[in-house]
Design a protein around this ligand. Sequence first.
Ligand code: ADP
Ligand code: MG
Length: 807
Amino acid sequence: MVAPGITGRTRPTKVKKQAAQQKRKRDDVDVEKLEQAVNDLDIKNGTFSDFTNLPLSDPTKQGLKACHFAVMTDVQRKAIPLALKGHDILGAAKTGSGKTLSFIIPVLENLYRLQHVGADAGLGALILSPTRELAIQIFDVLCKVGKHGHMFAAGLLIGGKSLEAERQALTRMNILVATPGRMLQHLSQTAAFSVDDLKMLVLDEADRILDMGFQRDVDAIVDYLPKDRQTLLFSATQSKKVSDLARLSLHDPEYVSVHAEDKSATPASLQQNYIICPVEEKLDTLWSFIQASKKSKILCFFSSAKVVRFVFESFRHMQPGIPLLHIHGRQKQGARLDTTAKFSSSKNSCLFATDVAARGLDFPAVDFVIQVDCPDDADTYIHRVGRTARYNREGRGVLFLTSSEEEGMLKRLEAKNVPVELINVRQKKRQSIKEQLQNQCFQDPALKYLGQKAFMTYVKSVYLQKDKEVFKLKEYDLEAFAASLGLPGTPRIKFLNDNNSRQKKQASRQTMELSESDEEEDTAKKTKTVRTKYDRMFERQNQDVFADHYKKLVRDRPDDLSAAADDFTGSATINAADDDFLSIKRRIPANDEEGDFGDDGDTSTTPGGRVVHITGASQPIVIDSNRREKLLQSKKKLTKLMDKGKRLVFDDDGIAREPYELKDEADFKAEGLPEVQRQKFIEEARAVVQIADVEDKATAKAKRKEKLRKRKERERGEAEVDGDDAGVELEDMGEDPLANFLADAQFTDEEDEVVEKTKKKEKKWFESDSEGDEQSSKKKRKKARRHVVEEPETLEDMETLAAGLLG
Ligand code: ADP
Ligand code: MG
């Protein structure tokens, strides 16, 4: 706390300080009373209709009053008392039924009663949300209710700011509202951030947070958190999956499901309809709908960000007469927040969105939710449509379905108790905007590009849908759809073509497999039901025509082949002809012919056919049919018949060696005591290293001598060119002084010493306690100093040089 004298704010600071102290004192009294009241709560028999019926702290009561929350909703009535008593909760209640307060109030209250307040208390409650927008909304509610006397430090952790800036504040927080990704980032990177004392974990839109997309992050976060904590899960589409409960280690959770017995899973005040609309008419219908509802607040859902952008940009150019907004995950955070704020405060506007806006967002007074692209599943439908008709208000949902989606989707919705009714679009009121879109795309290449992207992502999204009973890509008229976006042609979709060719490949492979398996069957089994192309060839009626034609074809061929063709009289030789069409890759000679099969290919005859030895196979192969003969022409099929190769691994030098495997323990023990074995290994290794070392030294020495010789030659040559004087000078000095020194230091008496020194050094490498270490190290140092001028060439030289420098 800063001294009052320094700030010059003596009075206010003092007053604040006193007030805080008084409050703290009053809190202590409060807490005991409250704790008692919560313990006395009779959940089964108690009647709770208003917030005032609950044992809540004064700051929370004031907060609720200030926000005009008086009567509890169903979910609040059931969940809050249980949560106050510390139970783990799985809360399921319809969209817009007040789930947020069902966890905000217990968070504030439970931490309050524990007096988990102040910078040193650490993080007490963590609330996770799947999207940033929802996290902000939850944080807003927390602040609105909590700002009337609570002293918790609460923070919003959703990214978008620098980690460093967040780090500073993070360690002082008591309550955090976060998105899983950012939370995990801090848990793993901010050292001072401790969650060891966490009391409560809340997952809003729990089913979404627990699904595949967040699985890794959430599991990692939960690993950091203490097991002994209270966990609250809320969603409109709550699942009771045992695996999820196990992941979160819930303790005997209470399942609070308020609307489970209701006829509908969606709010009663919500009117839900669907229309049948082929993909190519979607934009016309949407445009016409917007034109007819300019005085409304409309939220439209699409399958991808690219589609949202395209529809937003193209509709905007056509001046629809209603403010247009758009939101998707590829926008910057600022733009997203701007959009949500604008849409919240606007009276009539139209927001185009992806599913980032599908969950939890509480836009006031939305009149229509239009699902232009079919939702992934019934749960997504429920969340999307739940953006309207919130907290007992009216609202309408319209779902666009293509005729191929209708049956499947209705089935899914029915299973989830979602009542939707078919309505018709008044054809008279429907305008076509196809031409306008075409003109726009023609004039603006950027828009055309966007349209192409939108088309592709739409098709891709349908293609990737799991529920193939609803999404049948083949049923959509993609050409008409592309034209309806104003595109000059249908963009080529690579993965669809790939898929086709893959299917074709697979089909031909299947035929091959079938024909191969035929070969292996014995003749008795040949009464098979599957007909292959070979069967069809045998069954062919006009074989003579084929044979004549074939004869003509092969008449001018080399002898060996035309001979086979001349014999072409019956079915037995048809395969030979077939072989010819397939072009012979490699021919297996008859046993009396010269073998050209592989290097050491070898054949012999048996009563059942020929026996062929192929390279790489220990077992010979029996060739008893033409098909079998054909098999020998395929390298790929032959590899299957060869022996399996040995597994090798590459060592650090890139040399292939057999992988090292641990010996059997008994074998190992049989070879002697481990210590003896170790010594033996060291001796062997030392011998190898010594030999290698001497060799290395010799090569290094030879190299250096050669280098020196060359240099001397070069210098001598230069001296002769420079003139007689220089030559004299050199001769007078004997030789180049530097070269002289080097020669002395390196190559004369020193050389032997170097070898000797290495030996001593090796001792050090393998044996920890070498005698006379000190003496030798002194010598080494001396030598090292002399070596400073040398050019280190071997590892040894470098070591000596380094030792010299260090010494
Ligand atoms: P959910 O999370 O169930 O979809 P929210 O918590 O977002 O619903 O609440 C929906 C709307 O209902 C919000 O605008 C909220 O202010 C309002 N609301 C919630 N509880 C009450 C209450 N007890 N009294 C009045 N309005 C409430
Ligand atoms: Mg909610």
